[in-house]
Design a protein around this ligand. Sequence first.
Ligand SMILES: NC(=O)C1=CN([C@@H]2O[C@H](COP(=O)(O)OP(=O)(O)OC[C@H]3O[C@@H](n4cnc5c(N)ncnc54)[C@H](O)[C@@H]3O)[C@@H](O)[C@H]2O)C=CC1
Ligand SMILES: CC(C)CC(=O)C(=O)O
Ligand SMILES: [Mg+2]
Length: 363
Amino acid sequence: MKTNFEIAVFEGDGIGPEITAPTVAILRQLAAQSDGYDLSFTDAPAGAAHYAQTGESLPAASMEIARRSDAILLSAMGLPSVRYADGTEISPQIDLRKALTLFAGVRPVTVRANQRTPLKIPEGREIDFVLIRESTEGLFYTQGRGEVTKDEARETLLITRDISEKLFKFAFELARTRKETGRGPGKVTCVDKANVFRAFAFFREMFDAEAAKHPDLAADHAYVDATALWMVLKPWEFDVMVTENMFGDILSDLGAGLMGGLGLAPSADIGLEHAVFQPCHGSAPDIAGQGLANPLAMILSAAMMLEWLGIKHDNAAMLADGTKLREAVEAVVSKGEILTRDLGGDAGTAQSAAAVAAALNLS
Ligand SMILES: NC(=O)C1=CN([C@@H]2O[C@H](COP(=O)(O)OP(=O)(O)OC[C@H]3O[C@@H](n4cnc5c(N)ncnc54)[C@H](O)[C@@H]3O)[C@@H](O)[C@H]2O)C=CC1
Ligand SMILES: CC(C)CC(=O)C(=O)O
Ligand SMILES: [Mg+2]
């Protein structure tokens, strides 16, 4: 009998439902034709539109679905027009990361041959690095709870030993896996601002302590401002970079820019037990409801989910399907015939997803 895995689905706001439906359809087809695993999906209502209707952004019942599932698939949440009473935007995806302690925000940045990029990449080079953004603390710690008076506003940047140690262990383990599978040289770069903030000197100390446990891997440091520069001038020199929450939020959109846009940037927020898979982009209200959204970042996030589940549960079929799905997206992008408008094409969401299904021989 095939092992069944339960997936919680947060279709979210804006373009969320439009990119979730074709992604789940592809996953259903992959599972249906596999002998090695099955998938079942449970919808979990949450987000800005849900808040506007019910007064709840992340209902307890949806949290329960997330907790009991094997993995969580999420599109994007938030709408600029829907805010909590304190004026901040509805952001249950951040609550989810904190509640499930999903400290490792894994954001791969890859540019393959023929892929549109604003950079001029030297012959024989490819961009292939992973940005790990700490996802539960840092400058997001006081999210919605900062102190604001008439004359000043304060937020707290929190770095804890517990989370940092887990984060750096994760980063070095990922670098080792990449080295063993030929994807990277085995190097981890700690990105911080240790020249100015004591919190980052502390962050760096714990990084160095973890680095000392991995003599087979290289480790170095870079300040976040210089990292933004190097990401544009020679991004092919990075392998795994690990950084604080806010720095990672900003640098991962820069990484998405290198890939040709947010529509190609997947991500995963991973903890010791749970994981959420969602694109780096937001709910794109400017194009919502028009069938124009690029579904590829969401489909790539689903591929990361299959790979993560496959490794976690030692399920070779699932791991292989995750890799197949990622490669199918890469093939569609590299061919360049069926692309959404954000990537310079004229295809809609449905055509783009259908091209991936066709590359997988699903239809
Ligand atoms: N992880 C999440 O759930 C995130 C949620 N947000 C929320 O999303 C809302 C909109 O935020 P923005 O700053 O506008 O960021 P955004 O990522 O939604 O959009 C930025 C630009 O990229 C385009 N874009 C994004 N995803 C696309 C896709 N799949 N296909 C084609 N074009 C795409 C949009 O049309 C827009 O022009 C806000 O409420 C924000 O808080 C923003 C970032 C991440
Ligand atoms: C609401 C945002 C903090 C989410 C975001 O920008 C992200 O996950 O990259
Ligand atoms: Mg972001």
